[in-house]
Design a protein around this ligand. Structure first.
Ligand SMILES: [Zn+2]
Ligand SMILES: [Zn+2]
Length: 385
């Protein structure tokens, strides 16, 4: 088969202490401190064979994620920008849907022809965080498209326990093709769902919600907030195209944060009461949290989804006076996230299909990633088969 292969050199930065675990496993914990001179190319790759508990999927759609851009973009020393767990060479792509075309002997939940999407985090189920119910914090994690082969490829093998059926979405849309496209949005939508409803405990119907950053995760957060009964929803984003998408998926008010003082806008919109629920999906907390804390309603919540290796100046007095809380969130697995998001889509409560703004075939995947670097699209899909 063919797949988008990322290779890079293991060349730790002089000030980076490579751990024994990294040496033993060949995995970098902090990718941008180790992987240099990346190459991205669609190449031949061995066809995956299903292990006993695995299914092989014919990949139908795979979204380009912000993290994929951070493999394509490099710093001035030509190190990748992605700061997370990585092992190369591998095939990229982790937001996907596909059809079951082969299966191992012990597969018992799926059948040939089933339409599925899958989790990206290959949690072990054996480590202490997994056993305690926190798969997003697994200490033996593999990640599809980061440490093991991903879905910018004709086929992928996945343990059935990470797959979720999307046939109900096909029934809603009346089209398999549409269901595969929308199904590929499930993973990023679950990142927002996990943050807002599992980690931060959600909000009450009528509460006001602000979303900073209207990339795919922020857009999913807006759609989820609307579906969950938010009152006013305000979005901040610098791309005009994305602001328009934010409006389409349910934001009442949209602003370019370079043109307004965001905390003042939120205080005006809430007539001085502050916003109840704030979502950071821009990855710029050092600028954004300080604005959110000036616009906290009493009992206000802030949830951090965007990734940024930055210290953030915070004025904790506001959290005391406003009885407020801040929640860190990572991942999408467990906690009913996948089944609930799939149900919302299948019930017609959440329709993010309009955020898909471009489609490419597998041979064009590098172009798809290059286009995403412009940061003006909603979700860009690659359709390998
Ligand atoms: Zn992603
Ligand atoms: Zn684990």
């Amino acid at each position: 088969m063919r797949g988008l292969v990322l290779d890079a050199q293991w060349d730790p930065k002089p000030d980076y202490q490579v751990s024994d675990w990294e040496k033993k496993t060949g995995k970098a914990i902090t990718g941008n401190s180790i992987w240099r001179n990346p190459t991205l190319e669609v190449l031949d790759w061995p066809d995956p064979k299903p292990g006993p508990k695995e299914v092989v999927l014919e990949v139908q759609a795979c979204g380009v994620c912000g993290s994929d851009m951070h493999f394509y973009e490099t710093d001035d020393q030509n190190y990748i920008l992605y700061p997370g767990l990585t092992k190369f060479p591998t095939i990229l792509g982790h937001e996907f849907s596909g059809k079951v075309v082969a299966m191992g002997k012990e597969v018992c939940q799926l059948e040939s022809g089933d339409m599925v999407t899958a989790e990206e985090m290959i949690w072990c189920g054996r480590c202490i965080p997994c056993r305690n119910g926190y798969p997003n914090h697994c200490t033996n994690l593999e990640e599809i498209g980061f440490t093991i082969p991903g879905a910018f490829a004709n086929h992928i093998a996945v343990d059935e326990k990470f797959c979720w059926k999307i046939d109900a979405i096909a029934e809603r849309f009346g089209s398999e093709d549409k269901a595969y496209e929308v199904g590929a949005l499930t993973e990023p939508t679950c990142v927002a769902y996990n943050a807002m409803f599992e980690r931060a405990g959600g909000f009450r119907p009528g509460h006001s919600v602000s979303v900073f950053g209207a990339g795919p995760i922020g857009l999913a957060a807006i759609g989820l907030a609307r579906a969950a009964g938010a009152g006013t929803i305000a979005a901040f984003e610098i791309s005009p195209q994305r602001l328009e998408l934010a409006r389409q998926v349910g934001s009442d008010a949209v602003y370019d944060p370079r043109e307004v003082k965001t905390s003042e806008v939120l205080m005006e919109l809430s007539k001085g009461e502050g916003f109840d629920f704030h979502v950071e999906a821009a990855g710029a907390p050092e600028m954004i949290i300080t604005e959110m804390e000036k616009a906290l309603a009493i009992n206000g919540k802030i949830v951090q989804i965007g990734r940024a290796a930055q210290r953030v100046p915070m004025y904790l007095e506001s959290f005391q006076v406003r009885r407020a809380q801040l929640f860190g969130s990572q991942g999408h697995s467990g906690h009913e996230n996948f089944p609930n998001v799939i149900r919302m889509v299948a019930a017609g409560r959440l329709d993010l299909s309009q955020i898909i703004t471009a489609r490419y075939n597998l041979g064009e995947t590098v172009h798809a990633i290059a286009r995403s670097v412009e940061r003006t699209d909603g979700k860009i899909l690659v359709k390998p088969n």
